[in-house]
Design a protein around this ligand. Structure first.
Ligand code: 8YV
Length: 326
């Protein structure tokens, strides 16, 4: 019997391709080329399955041009590139890659919050510019982290892992806001208290965003929300571009409405709003919150295993639309 055709849309660790090779005819992209929408549709229309990176659109337009397609396995936990209801209508299975990245991403969220609060990259840039001539008592005075109040918006697996670090490791008071309140045992495990979004913004010393992207979550933080925050507060976004109104954030940073911010994700990335680039009180990283070799390899292997299980056994490990399988 001939093997199914799959596409692996971007460069991946060779171990993942070796794992897939016995099961599939693979169109890979180890040269890491970017595709136009037309190229993407033309390539995908030849495939039975796809290992996608969380950025390629799989929507009504794409699906109607790809009648052979049976599964798309995202290598990311976020899946805002998928129109899941459209995939379900077209009987295309959708999977994502949760869990394997939770602790690594929480480490990074915490690190970005600390770098932002303690002005680490500002201090580094000062030294690199050759501006350091003498020590001063109030040099790059930052915000206290230990014992302060952390507000987490989006209390899924990654939010809870950040809360545990904050409460158990740094003696922080943790407050959170989420679509729904956590079960009491989960709240107790991360010593977190549920509050309204407004209360969180008004009282947190540090706000971390871990909410998945959806139309409803677009600009969860805009000018009105920034206006509620303390002038000494910091804001960190490790969720998705578009959760924060980046233009409004640049204004709040420039006017001193909030003290500082750390961004790993951007509206329209890899483009970055030009006003953000002029903010000295902003730590910038290029969407790397899950980026350690073992975690990214774990994500690639989970996506690969979803494809292998689907074609060999008719089930997947992390379904987003299980109704397609039943
Ligand atoms: C991924 C992420 O590395 O998993 C996610 O949703 O944002 C990152 O951890 C990235 O999306 C891979 O394309």
């Amino acid at each position: 019997m001939s093997k199914p055709n799959i596409i692996v849309t971007r460069h991946v660790y060779p171990e993942a391709l070796d794992h897939l090779a016995p099961h599939f005819n693979i169109t890979d992209n180890q040269a890491d080329k970017s595709y136009s929408l037309d190229e993407w549709i033309a390539l995908l229309s030849q495939q039975d399955g796809a290992l996608t990176m969380g950025i390629e659109p799989v929507n009504e337009q794409v699906l109607s041009a790809c009648p052979k397609l049976r599964i798309c396995a995202n290598l990311s936990v976020g899946y805002n590139n998928f129109d899941v209801p459209a995939m379900t209508r077209h009987k295309v299975v959708a999977t994502n890659a949760p869990d394997v990245l939770t602790e690594t991403t929480a480490d990074f969220g915490f690190a970005l919050m600390m770098a932002t609060a303690r002005r680490i990259t500002e201090g580094e840039n000062y030294i690199r510019r050759g501006d350091w001539h003498k020590w001063k008592l109030d040099f790059f005075c930052g915000a206290e982290v230990h014992g302060s109040t952390l507000g987490i918006i989006g209390m899924g697996r990654i939010g809870q892992a950040i809360a545990r670090r904050a409460a158990h490791g740094f003696g922080m008071k943790v407050i959170y806001h989420n679509r729904s309140r956590l079960a009491l045992d989960k709240e107790a495990d991360c010593k977190a208290q549920y509050v309204s979004k407004a209360e969180l913004l008004q009282t947190a010393d540090h706000v971390v965003l871990v909410v998945p992207y959806s139309k409803e979550a677009h600009h969860t933080i805009g000018a009105a929300e920034l206006a509620l925050m303390k002038p000494t507060a910091t804001l960190v976004n490790i969720a998705r571009g578009g959760i924060v109104d980046d233009a409004a954030l640049a204004q709040a940073l420039q006017s001193g409405q909030i003290a500082a911010a750390g961004l790993d994700v951007f509206e329209g990335e890899p483009k970055v709003h030009p006003d953000l680039l002029t903010c000295h009180n902003l730590v910038l990283t290029p969407h790397i919150a899950s980026s350690t070799k073992s975690t990214r390899l774990g994500m690639a292997m989970l996506a690969a295993n979803n494809l292998i299980s689907f074609f060999n056994e008719g089930h997947v490990l992390t379904p987003l639309n299980p109704e397609v399988l039943s």
